[in-house]
Ligand binder design. Structure first.
Ligand SMILES: [Fe+2]
Ligand SMILES: [Fe+2]
Length: 293
């Protein structure tokens, strides 16, 4: 029985983010609304989440997008550093991009996978798949270039055809799609939603061995396709907003079975904040799970 770990929405910043000027400053401040622009804090959240995944143990880790705040090279370099330092073998990690990884002057995802994220290209590129004993994990990009005033997504039909082909060829094997946007309509769908969510839902209806892990909503949730049916669609709390965002699933009897919520680990920033406040300083805390998708 394989165990899958799931993290999403790291929204990593670059070390020199405070030096931004002009439109680069406007973009990162708009996108970070309700999240403090604190490189150290964002990085610490990601490191803590990866450490928790390692401590709980898993066979494969999926990171479902918004890996960076706005996709600049220095942010991908931070992501590579954090993943490398986690000690998790690259072949056991699948990455997919989110809307935040494709804004403005963002590095194209393919270039990031050919550059700073090259170690994870084999499991994360279009057409890739991570084959495990009893399931297969397929990354599907829903990131599209767009103004940072929108956060919508679209999945290429070709990518869905690839998932469908694997699911048809391996009817007894669970196929786990990793994508950023949820495969259903959301509030303010035109601005925030997956444009062709019905195509993805159609695939899930057509192939009952396909499940889907997503991010973007920054909410822990699970859904079936029909009332009383098995759970097929899962999302976790955002790493950037939550001290215990990790989700885990066991693969059994052709489905994903989510493990109960994992206990919160001590926030490494909490002690620092207490020290700062004890000395009379003021700490601007994150607002919680209210960040932009
Ligand atoms: Fe998102
Ligand atoms: Fe997000």
């Amino acid at each position: 029985m394989s165990r899958i770990a799931h993290l999403s929405d790291l929204h990593l910043l670059e070390p020199a983010v405070a030096a931004r000027r002009g439109t680069d400053w406007v973009r990162v401040h708009y996108l970070s609304l309700r999240r403090s622009i604190d490189y150290v804090a964002r990085r610490a959240r990601a490191e803590t989440a990866l450490r928790a995944a390692r401590e709980h143990g898993f066979d494969h880790l999926v990171l479902t997008g918004d890996l960076t705040e706005d996709g600049v090279l220095a942010q991908y370099e931070v992501l590579a550093d954090v993943l490398e330092a986690s000690g998790i073998p690259a072949e056991r990690i699948t990455l997919v991009p989110g809307n935040h990884d494709a804004y403005g002057t963002a590095m194209p995802w393919e270039a990031a996978l050919a550059g700073p994220l090259a170690r994870w290209e084999k499991t994360s590129a279009a057409g890739a798949a991570a084959w495990m004993d009893d399931c297969v994990i397929v990354p599907v990009s829903s990131a599209i270039p767009q103004t940072f005033l929108r956060s919508s997504g679209r999945v290429e039909s070709l990518a869905l055809d690839g998932v469908g082909a694997i699911a048809a060829r391996e009817p007894g094997r669970p196929v786990v799609v990793a994508q950023h946007h949820p495969p259903y309509a959301v509030m303010h769908q035109w601005v925030h939603g997956l444009v062709n969510h019905d195509e993805v839902t159609g695939l899930l209806h057509a192939r009952d061995n396909v499940s889907l892990l997503h991010g973007h909503t920054h909410r822990r949730k699970e859904r079936g396709l029909v009332a009383g049916g098995p759970l097929r669609i899962f999302s976790p709390w955002a790493v950037a907003d939550n001290v215990a965002p990790l989700r885990m699933y066991d693969v059994a009897e052709g489905l994903l079975h989510p493990l109960p919520a994992l206990a919160a680990r001590p926030d490494p920033l909490a002690a620092v904040c207490r020290d700062v406040e004890a000395m009379g300083g003021v700490v601007l805390r994150d607002v919680g799970a209210l960040g932009r998708g």
